[in-house]
Design a protein. Structure first.
Length: 315
């Protein structure tokens, strides 16, 4: 997938595309349905396929006080989009000036001037332009005027809950409730966070279960404080089972202000400080709770690790 940058890159005049547009936070199953339709439309029209997305969630510019936690960093999102096999990704730099762009100006600048779009595929709830005043009806009107096809798609529903469409908002909500398995069902993959392992206070070593402590940016979505089974991808590319604790460690700290992510990598001995790791959440094991002392905590951690082995299918 070739990466194009807003206000800097545009396709050669002889290249046209069928394109999808959206924030695509999480690149969940609903997003993938849109991108699959783009590929099919591109094949039908004999043009290239493209996805248009943003370098940041527009809410962080227009209403930062209510901006949602993100499911993917920009790098993660671009990796997931590249894996769909589309030809181009056009990344819009979303700032105050872009937020002030009228809907017709936006369409002209992006779909006509930069991408020479022959077709645009969008979800039925798509809005664009200043004050989100542009919608699917407006896009279809502009398409008729400027010569491109607009294909709106119904939001998909997952078999786990047909009452609600798959959406980034729905994924955030189930993560906040600790249901990482349902989040994975809607994402089509395990929910993943990435970070550099930092030194902790070595409490894990004290109780016999050393952990990789991974700080997660405050703007990222976190699963609820609890213990989970998951996978940890190490710098050498190996993917190992782990028991993950997200929480404020009430056994040690009475009034911790922020939750921490600690992953005990099963059957691993080594130093991960300063290393980049990826942590995937597979299943909920138990809620976080306070223990009477180190012995009781150590005994519970042994149970957690055994439970994680079982859930992950490890010998």
């Amino acid at each position: 997938m070739e990466l194009l940058h807003d206000r800097r890159d545009q396709l050669p005049e002889m290249v046209s595309v069928a394109a999808a547009i959206g924030v695509f936070d999480g690149v969940h199953l609903g997003h993938r349905e849109v991108l699959t339709r783009v590929r099919g439309t591109a094949d039908r029209l004999g043009v290239a396929s493209a996805v248009v997305t943003f370098d940041t969630h527009p809410a962080y510019v227009v209403r930062p006080e209510n901006a949602p936690k993100l499911l993917t960093t920009l790098d993660q999102k671009l990796e997931l989009l590249a894996a769909t096999g589309l030809d181009y990704c056009y990344v819009i730099e979303f700032d105050a000036a872009r937020a002030d762009t009228r809907p017709e100006e936006f369409v002209e600048q992006v779909f006509l001037d930069a991408l020479h779009a022959r077709a645009v595929v969008v979800g039925e709830d798509f809005h664009f332009g200043k004050g989100r005043t542009g919608n699917v009806d407006e896009l279809q009107r502009l398409g008729r005027e400027w010569g491109f096809e607009v294909i709106p798609l119904d939001l998909i529903r997952h078999r786990s809950d047909a009452r609600e469409p798959v959406s980034s908002t729905a994924v955030r909500r189930v993560l906040a409730g600790g249901d990482v398995a349902k989040a994975a069902a809607m994402l089509g993959r395990y929910y993943e966070v990435r970070g550099t392992v930092i030194p902790g206070d070595r409490r894990g070593v004290t109780v016999g279960f050393p952990t990789a402590n991974v700080p997660v940016p405050k703007f990222m979505a976190w699963p609820a404080d609890a213990v989970y089974a998951g996978w940890c991808t190490l710098p050498d590319g190996s993917r190992r089972g782990c028991a993950i604790n997200i929480g404020r460690r009430p056994t040690f700290y009475e009034h911790a202000e922020q939750s921490l992510l600690e992953a005990h990598v099963i059957d691993f001995e080594g130093d991960l400080y300063g290393c980049e790791v990826q942590v995937e959440f597979v299943d909920f094991l138990r809620s976080e709770r306070k223990f009477e002392g180190l012995q009781q905590l150590s005994e519970q951690l042994a149970v957690d690790v055994a439970d994680a082995r079982s859930r992950l299918g490890l010998a």
